[in-house]
Design a protein around this ligand. Structure first.
Ligand code: ACO
Ligand SMILES: O=CC(=O)O
Ligand code: MG
Length: 355
């Protein structure tokens, strides 16, 4: 058994002290690129200022015979003096049961650990996977003389991972957040969809028959097969002070459905989503930033409510202590995003980035 106090002790002599709180930084879009792909790497100087998180992907999506080139590509990018400004730099390593996961960590933490904000770990099954990487990272950080802990983000993409979601979130002070991985999760659960995220025309509810006209056409409504997992993930993350994200949307050409999937996640509490292709960057940024009209409304409700207690009517709707808290969630997000994005700041009428 570990006591509560042990939880914040470094797991290796000389390792940095574990984080007591996960710093909130804008992460509406986690943009994936393959570091072994020279064309993608060449685009980084223009992509970095546009995204909240740039992620060098080593896992699925990178060919097996390119795994080493991808690792080396990351080192080359950092050694080449890549400038991140206030954009976060993450990597997705191969899973710890794969032939590459261990060497990804052994190679990259010493080589680029000082620049790394977060390591995304795929196919996490339970707390034991987080405990493993927690100790290993502490040892590698100590050896490399790193002064701040690298945070860990787990992908929720196995049935066992979903069953263990609370213990995964609670497993280490390094835990930064979780992403829903609908592709691997569908495979692991034996779901019968071959899509990477999104809905399915067969997953629907049908309108009741019209009693006096049984042959009338009955409307159908597609449902979101990811609703349960996402909602469960959001609760687990919030309960443990870490951040929930929707993952990939594979139909790159269907930008409208991508936007819908991202918005469902935003409305349920997710803070961001992955972008697999440059066309998805602006979709995620738009969706995970509150709309100016919602910010204006939230601001009006908060002002009208004064000290935030009691009940009043605003435009025919009841507002009270609880709805003020809802409005404060929107306002708080708007303020934080405005501090990074001058255009948003202007649209919200809020202070923008300081020089
Ligand atoms: C289930 C999961 O694990 S999801 C995560 C793993 N998968 C990924 O990370 C996939 C990342 N994305 C990709 O590999 C690619 O975007 C693909 C394969 C989906 C499509 O690639 P392409 O067919 O080359 O797309 P397209 O022709 O539209 O690309 C246009 C340009 O954008 C570039 N580009 C495409 N995706 C990216 C990206 N993620 N980052 C940077 N540049 C990109 C292309 O290199 C191309 O450059 P060019 O104009 O200099 O030729
Ligand atoms: O890694 C992501 C997924 O959907 O699988
Ligand atoms: Mg996956």
């Amino acid at each position: 058994m570990r006591s509560a106090k042990d939880f914040f002790a470094p797991l290796a002599v000389g390792a940095p002290a574990p984080a007591r709180e996960i710093p909130w930084r804008p992460s509406r879009v986690i943009h994936f690129f393959d570091p072994s792909n020279a064309k993608m790497a060449a685009k980084l100087p223009t992509l970095i200022p546009k995204v909240d998180v740039l992620l060098g992907n080593l896992e699925d999506g990178v060919r097996a015979d390119n795994k080493l080139a991808a690792r080396e590509g990351l080192i080359k990018i950092i050694d080449g003096g890549a400038e991140f400004g206030d954009t976060q730099f993450w990597i997705r390593v191969n899973s710890i049961d794969s032939p590459w996961g261990l060497d990804d960590l052994l190679t990259l933490v010493p080589a680029i650990g000082a620049k790394l904000d977060v390591i995304m770990l795929p196919k996490v099954q339970g707390a034991e996977d987080i405990h493993y990487i927690d100790r290993l990272l502490a040892q590698l950080e100590a050896q490399a003389g790193l002064t701040r802990p690298i945070l860990v983000h787990a992908i929720l993409e196995t049935a066992r991972g979903v069953s263990n979601v609370e213990e995964i979130c609670a497993a280490s002070p390094r835990m930064q957040g979780l992403s829903l991985g609908p592709a691997d999760l569908a495979a692991d659960r034996r779901m019968k969809t071959t899509r990477v995220g999104g809905g399915h025309p067969g997953y629907l509810v049908r309108q009741d028959p019209t009693p006096d006209d049984p042959s009338a056409v009955r409307a159908t409504f597609q449902q979101d097969p990811w609703h349960y997992t996402l909602a469960r993930m959001v609760d687990a993350c919030v309960a443990h002070g870490i951040m929930p994200y929707y993952g990939p949307f594979g139909d790159i050409a269907d930008t409208l459905a991508c936007e819908d999937q991202f918005r469902n996640a935003f409305l349920l509490g997710a803070v961001g989503a992955w972008s697999l292709h440059p066309v998805q960057i602006d979709i995620a940024k738009k969706v995970f930033s509150p709309e100016p009209k919602d910010v204006a409304w939230a601001s009006r409700v908060v002002e009208t409510m004064g000290d935030g207690t009691g009940a009043v009517m605003v435009d025919g709707t009841m507002q009270d202590d609880a709805s003020v808290k809802q409005c404060q969630v929107i306002l708080d997000l708007a303020r934080r995003l405005a501090a990074r994005d001058a255009t948003l700041a202007a649209s919200y009428n809020l202070p923008g980035p300081t020089a």
